[in-house]
Design a binder for this molecule. Structure first.
Ligand code: KIV
Length: 305
């Protein structure tokens, strides 16, 4: 199995802390596949979360409960190939860290072997010791509090959390436990800004918000949501930066129209026959200095062009 090495271009856990300390915001985006990862790799985004939201965005399930460790590892490996110079956090899926230490460590092992540089897990009640063990094993852990989608049924739905003083107290205490257990950062999901600020000010480690206002150390959004792949999905916190669904649909319809009208492919998008290809090759190889390549390479490249 291949294990990702720290990359000199990627940020590392110390950079997360440094950015909070220096008041610089951290940008994180979810990503699940090789092609999208190449776009993220080419952007200024600081880090990638291979979130268990992939159960919904990539596999069409209703919730994140259907994500498995095998799924998470497969997508993590694809993202790691597309964005080898980004810091990648892999989500530990539903119940994978609630069945005892061995199962939790097996899941951590799979994600790290697939190319993650850190793992993320939800909540802390009942698994603070497991967080500590993962951290002590040399694997950075990101926490996740507030709306924790793996507990959707326990929470009675995808609801905003920490809306009362008492709930903010619980949130703060849980955030402290995660920090004490060694987490290097914590995602705060769907928490009103006052609660998120309380936690962020209290902790030394950074907080990454999604639906948690601006008083956090950074932000994360789901790739498909911020790129408008999901036109009907409009939670209050979401900003859509591109209407990708519409762009793709229009391109598909344009292609369909061109196929049906015969406008695609054109002559320039069609191969020439073998005879004229050979004539061109012979002409070029008669003047190797002009084409600058050996005849063997010329023939191979002509066949593909
Ligand atoms: O799985 C996910 O995409 C997440 C983010 C929403 C934080 O956990």
């Amino acid at each position: 199995m291949e294990h990702a090495l720290p990359n000199r271009f990627a940020m590392n856990i110390h950079d997360f802390q440094k950015m909070k300390d220096e008041g610089r915001k951290i940008s994180m985006i979810t990503c699940y596949d090789y092609s999208s990862a190449r776009a993220v790799a080419d952007s200024n985004i600081d880090c990638i979360l291979v979130g268990d939201s992939l159960a919904m965005t990539m596999h069409g399930y209703q919730s994140t409960l259907s994500a498995t460790t095998a799924m998470m590892a497969l997508h993590t490996a694809a993202v790691a190939k597309g964005a080898p110079a980004k810091f990648i956090i892999g989500d530990l899926p539903f119940l994978s860290y609630r069945k005892g230490l061995k199962d939790a460590m097996d899941a951590v092992h799979e994600l790290m072997s697939a190319g993650a540089h850190a793992v993320k897990l939800e909540g802390v009640r009942g698994h603070a010791e497991i967080v500590r063990h993962i951290v002590d094993s040399g694997v950075p852990v990101m926490g996740h509090l507030g709306l924790t989608p793996q507990s959707v049924h326990g929470l009675g739905g995808m609801k905003v959390q920490a809306r009362t003083n008492a709930a903010v107290k619980v949130l703060t205490s849980e955030a402290r436990q995660l920090e004490d257990a060694g987490c290097f950062a914590i995602v705060l999901e769907c928490v009103p800004p006052q609660g998120a600020r309380t936690v962020t000010d209290l902790l030394k480690i950074p907080t990454i918000g999604i639906g948690a206002g601006t008083h956090v150390s950074g932000q994360v959004l789901v790739y498909q949501d911020m790129l408008g792949f999901n036109p009907g999905f409009k939670p209050k916190f979401l900003r859509v930066y591109a209407n990708t669904f519409e762009v793709i649909r229009a391109a598909l319809d344009a292609y369909d129209g061109d196929v049906k009208s015969g406008a695609f492919p054109s002559e320039s998008e069609s191969y020439s026959d073998l005879q004229s290809t050979e004539q061109r090759v012979t002409k070029r190889t008669e003047h190797p200095a002009q084409n600058g390549r050996g005849s063997g390479i010329t023939i191979a490249s002509e066949i593909y062009h």
